[in-house]
Ligand binder design. Structure first.
Ligand code: ATP
Ligand code: MG
Length: 297
């Protein structure tokens, strides 16, 4: 048998030492991999727990929001029902009151002293005014009570219809109304007709010395149409602008410009029901620009 040479033995030892080092290194790598794996699992478990907690919070917040929205809708409905009943039931006694005061005025005018005539005239005016306020309130509350019946509405024909119903006012004010081509939108025809009529009526009514010049046009917005009604009238200051949409809010003298101040509040309610927005901005050259958006279906 041939023995190992001394240098062969040295080579075996080196190989053995190399193998040992490799084994050690592999074991170390396995240990590191195991501990990383454990750390990963721990992190994943932590994340899952965190996610669960977050989802629970989210669900709770959702439920709270839904409850608040339902509560808001309920109280809104109650308020509308109240406004409807109050204005509806108040009409009759108020009508009798107005009729009797007017009878008094007609029958006894000039027979009492001057002051009595004056008082009767005030009472007649107050009763008439109260009637139009109550009519306005009734109209406002009716907007929310009616179901929206949406369908394609040709805005061009709606504007023509509004002009026809305002023919007398347009003629009296010597107004000119220019209408650009208008789109068909998805809306409730009756209610949108109210908006267009109210905006045109205002554009014709609130004019200065020059006869009213009104321009109606439309522009495309992402996912919606924006309709603009511009006039050359007395305008609204930027500070007053947000207030004109409030109920019964008027920013010009009643003696000069008659009205109850409910028109724009109704317009806003209708546009909000269509998920659009109604806005006003002063024009640099004087006058105002009212605009509303109607989202695509
Ligand atoms: N085009 C306009 N130019 C200048 N002011 C306006 C215009 N439109 C509305 N306003 C102002 O906003 C107020 C509110 O308008 P709104 O249409 O609600 O009421 P009104 O026209 O006075 O009465 P109603 O419409 O109920 O008959 C008006 O009284 C007026 O002061
Ligand atoms: Mg008006």
């Amino acid at each position: 048998m041939k023995g190992f040479a001394t240098e062969d033995l040295g080579e075996v030892d080196r190989l053995q030492a190399g193998l040992d080092r490799e084994r050690l290194a592999r074991r170390e790598a396995e240990r590191v991999a195991e501990s990383s794996q454990r750390e990963l699992l721990r992190l994943q478990a932590g994340r899952a727990l965190e996610r669960q907690r977050f989802e629970l919070e989210l669900r709770r917040a959702h439920a709270e929001i839904e409850e608040a929205v339902a509560e808001f809708a309920r109280s809104n409905q109650e308020l509308e029902a109240f406004a409807y009943v109050a204005s509806h039931d108040l009409r009759e006694p108020l009508r009798s009151m107005a009729v009797f005061i007017q009878l008094l005025a007609r029958r006894y005018e000039g027979q009492l002293d001057e002051r009595a005539d004056e008082y009767i005239a005030f009472a007649v005016e107050a009763a008439t005014r109260m009637q139009s306020l109550i009519d306005g309130l009734l109209k406002y509350s009716q907007v929310g009570r009616r179901q929206l019946e949406r369908g394609p509405v040709d805005l061009g024909s709606l504007v023509i219809q509004a002009q026809q119903s305002l023919a007398q006012a347009i003629e009296d004010a010597d107004a000119r109304i220019e209408v650009d081509p208008l789109p068909t939108v998805h809306a409730d025809r009756v209610q949108l007709g109210q908006v267009v009529t109210n905006l045109l009526a205002n554009a014709v009514k609130f004019h200065g010395d020059a006869p009213p010049l009104v321009h109606v046009c439309a522009e495309r917005r992402p996912g919606a149409w924006r309709i603009l009604v511009e006039d050359n009238g007395i305008g609204i200051s930027p500070e007053q602008a947000p207030r004109v949409f409030e109920m019964f809010m008027r920013v010009h003298a009643r003696e000069q410009y008659p009205g109850t101040g409910i028109g724009l509040a109704i317009c806003q309610k209708i546009i909000e029901r269509h998920r659009g927005a109604l806005e006003v901005e002063p024009l640099a050259e004087g006058g105002s620009r009212f605009s509303f958006t109607i989202p695509d279906p």
